[in-house]
Design a protein around this ligand. Structure first.
Ligand code: MG
Length: 493
């Protein structure tokens, strides 16, 4: 991959760091799937210790990275590898260990309290912890440095180079259009908010069979991929030849597990289709959370919730799920695409999802910018939910306490969900210039879709920053117009 002697040495010394990432990933996967419940404190210590070892090894690369950066004529892969390492180095060298430790401790405590506060629907329990967390995140932003607004420093952690300007520009085009589409859809009643299949129960064994057949349709490789069960679905890419997803079975409304499988497979395909020569290097990573999420959203929504996909999987559903006996394809399509404004983000449909994100984004921006105090958050939350979604949460549990992210200190994460939707819209627009997506999906030739995504996006791993990658693939960045086009066609067309 590299001819440059400094880069060569960096890549050699990166291998143990790669191995630590591999081990940390597996420990994390095990924690969420098979670890006995009483083992969490030993596991926590082991993970913290390994993370520290990794940090030391990254910091030790500092002089070599500095020398490599002085050389001219590096190729894209060499520059990409350096860029990925520098992002870690930047954090480790600017944010003092005492602050990192304090952030970790606060997050652990805050998460425990958050669970209790959510159970009791009582924000006042959580408030002092959120106060402390905001204070620490402000300090973190100051240490990291930023142009303009401190929140930019936090956005950049999840999506390289992302600024408030980018997010504001995207939302200011997206949100008014979404409001208009939503109000028309609700008035027309074509996508009813309730469907009998939502309360229909299913046998876990039958649904497992459906999911197995979905994995087959998506061409998930048996030798390098597996699926297990966890409380919250996730994907863990341990290497290009070991990618794992999880799902869950709630016994009612089968689309919950079905779409979690398709979503996580979108992430898994991304990882499985990277250039195999990137293994053991810093490039074996998705470039950003937004790009990463675009892949899962593309498969889940643009493919999975389409009429053609319904046609494709209709026989599978019929064969395995008795509850679909009296349903035709149109019934299934409406079930998959029910539009129902809800106070809960994870239950949101394609039309309302981004309202949940702009709300969180606006609040985070104000909190980190010091324009709002934590005590104002619950009522601001409810007001904004009312404004965007047209619903007032009945209590804190279904309002401000619903997500884990803030207790974890993940400020700047939420916007990447919407950027994922936006980039998925850009993929949808672009891919249809090259292949007949509808025909390909209807006939089950999903390998054609995978091939396109691999050549355009997956193969590059972390070689390019998210903005550069978008510029290369689409000739534009974070353009919400294609998502709007798609939603207008789908819901009003
Ligand atoms: Mg995801």
């Amino acid at each position: 991959m590299s001819e440059n002697s400094f880069v060569k040495e960096i890549l050699e010394r990166f291998k143990p760091i790669w191995a630590l990432n591999h081990a940390l990933g597996l420990l994390d996967w095990d924690l969420e799937t098979y670890m006995p419940s009483g083992s969490s404190s030993a596991r926590g210590s082991a993970q913290a210790r390994l993370a520290l070892t990794k940090q030391e090894k990254v910091i030790a690369l500092t002089p070599l990275v500095a020398q490599a950066r002085k050389t001219s004529g590096l190729n894209d892969f060499e520059n990409g590898a350096l860029r990925m390492i520098m992002r870690d180095l930047d954090y480790y060298t600017k944010v003092p260990p005492t602050l990192v430790e304090e952030l970790q401790r606060t997050a652990t405590e805050a998460t425990v309290v958050w669970r209790e506060a959510r159970r009791n629907s009582d924000f006042t329990l959580f408030k002092p912890h959120l106060d402390r967390m905001i204070e620490l995140k402000k300090q973190e932003a100051e240490k990291l440095g930023y142009d303009g607004h401190p929140y930019n420093a936090l956005l950049n952690r999840f999506e390289e180079g992302l600024t408030i300007g980018d997010v504001d520009r995207t939302f200011s085009r997206l949100i008014p259009k979404l409001k208009r589409i939503l109000s028309k859809v609700v008035t027309a009643g074509k996508f009813p908010p309730n469907h009998p299949l939502e309360s229909a129960e299913y046998e876990e064994a039958s649904m497992k069979q459906v999911n197995r057949e979905i994995l087959n349709l998506l061409g998930m490789p048996e030798q390098t991929f597996r699926m297990d069960i966890s409380a919250h679905p996730f994907t863990k890419g341990l290497s290009i030849t070991d990618v794992r997803i999880t799902t869950r079975y709630k016994r009612t409304s089968f689309k919950d597990t079905l779409f979690s499988v398709i979503h996580e497979c979108g992430h898994a395909i991304h990882r499985l289709q990277m250039d195999p020569s990137f293994e053991y290097t810093p490039l074996v990573n998705t470039t950003s959370l937004g790009v990463n999420e675009s892949q899962s959203r593309f498969w889940e929504n643009f493919v999975g919730r389409s009429r053609d996909f319904v046609k494709l999987i209709y026989p599978i559903l019929k064969r395995n799920l008795g509850s679909t006996a009296s349903c035709n394809e149109e019934d299934i399509y409406r079930y998959f695409n029910a539009v129902r404004p809800s106070p809960i983000r994870v239950e949101a449909d394609e039309l309302t999802y981004n309202f949940h994100i702009i709300l969180r984004y606006e609040l985070e921006k104000r909190l980190i910018g010091g324009e709002t105090s934590v005590s104002e958050i619950p009522s601001l939350w409810n007001d904004m939910m009312d404004e965007y979604v047209g619903i007032r949460p009945a209590n804190d549990e279904e309002g401000v306490l619903q997500d884990i992210h803030w207790s974890d200190g993940e400020f700047g994460y939420f916007p990447t969900y919407s950027l994922g939707n936006v980039i998925a819209g850009m993929v949808f627009h672009k891919i249809r210039k090259d292949i007949d997506l509808e025909a390909v999906v209807k006939s089950g030739r999903l390998v054609d879709v995978k091939k396109w995504l691999q050549q355009q996006i997956h193969t590059w791993g972390g070689t390019y920053s998210p903005k550069v990658l978008q510029q290369k693939v689409f000739g534009e960045v974070y353009n919400p117009d294609w998502l709007i086009d798609y939603l207008e066609q789908k819901f009003l067309g």
